[in-house]
Design a protein around this ligand. Structure first.
Ligand code: DGL
Length: 262
């Protein structure tokens, strides 16, 4: 099984992309809704939550972990990789690789939670990958709660998105990384507000493509994870009412959410 975790529903955008690009690989998903949002917590707290989430997924039989949360990846990837021998992949590297490849003018925008933006992880990785690039970052702390409420189409959300994107609009960026796995659910309102010439990088799609490359290159891992008869399972640590509708919307089908303690 492939274990995927996020603070809430955002990582379901990753799970959905993995289902579509890597069919036959069952998933165990954990959305830590009891503790969301992670993006406003300290790195130490996010690392502790990420540790618990990983333990839970490994107990359920996960053989590979996807950290489908930029806030968790920015705070806890290093700790988790040094602590576990299982393969751990996260959403940051694939998004950085894509942005570095598609940006023509080297001016790249990043939006994410406060934890992700304050960590500086995107600037650091983008500069390692493309030293001459200029990175413009913007924390958007209100967007995760708005998505978790299901307010993706609301006028208030559009106004807030516009306000957050405003400082990036005069920086002549030609690529924008959605550095939070909740933001693909806002792509339709982000795209017209940042400008149609800006390439939007959706980390959920990029991480699924990255996983596909890993599986294609490692037949043993592929065999260990391929189990088309085993159904995926979706766990949440709390069940606030909007989550069921959101999960069904993301997957385009009814998804059974199982409540668990982590
Ligand atoms: N989806 C998470 C991310 O990618 C949201 C974090 C949060 O809970 O604030 O950062």
């Amino acid at each position: 099984m492939i274990g995927i975790f996020d603070s809430g529903v955002g990582g379901m955008t990753v799970a959905r992309a993995v289902e579509q690009l890597c069919p036959g690989f069952p998933l165990i998903y954990l959305g830590d809704l009891a503790r969301t949002p992670y993006g406003s917590k300290s790195p130490a707290m996010i690392t502790e939550y990420s540790h618990r989430n990983t333990e839970f997924l490994l107990r359920q039989g996960a053989k590979l972990i996807i950290i489908a949360c930029n806030s968790a990846a920015s705070a806890a990837s290093g700790f988790l990789r040094s602590h576990y021998h299982q393969s751990i992949i996260d959403v940051i590297f694939p998004a950085v690789a894509k942005a570095a490849a598609v940006s023509l003018n080297g001016r790249i925008g990043v939006i994410g939670t406060r934890a992700t933006i304050n960590s500086g992880v995107y600037e650091q990785r983008l500069q390692e990958s493309r030293p001459e690039c200029r990175v413009y970052s913007q924390a958007c702390p209100l967007l995760v709660p708005l998505v978790e409420e299901g307010w993706m189409e609301r006028r208030e959300t559009k106004m807030i998105v516009k306000k957050y994107l405003h400082p990036l609009r005069d920086k002549q960026i030609d690529a924008l990384i959605l550095g939070c796995t909740h933001y693909p659910l806002l792509k339709k309102i982000i795209a017209p507000r940042i400008g149609c010439s800006v390439h939007i990088i959706d980390s959920s799609v990029e991480v699924a493509l990255h996983l596909k490359q890993i599986l294609d290159a490692d037949p043993d891992l592929r065999t260990a994870l391929y189990a088309p008869d085993i159904p995926s399972r979706f766990f949440v640590s709390d069940t606030p009412s909007p989550v069921h509708g959101l999960a069904d919307k993301i997957f385009g089908r009814t998804v059974l959410l199982e409540k668990t303690d982590v």
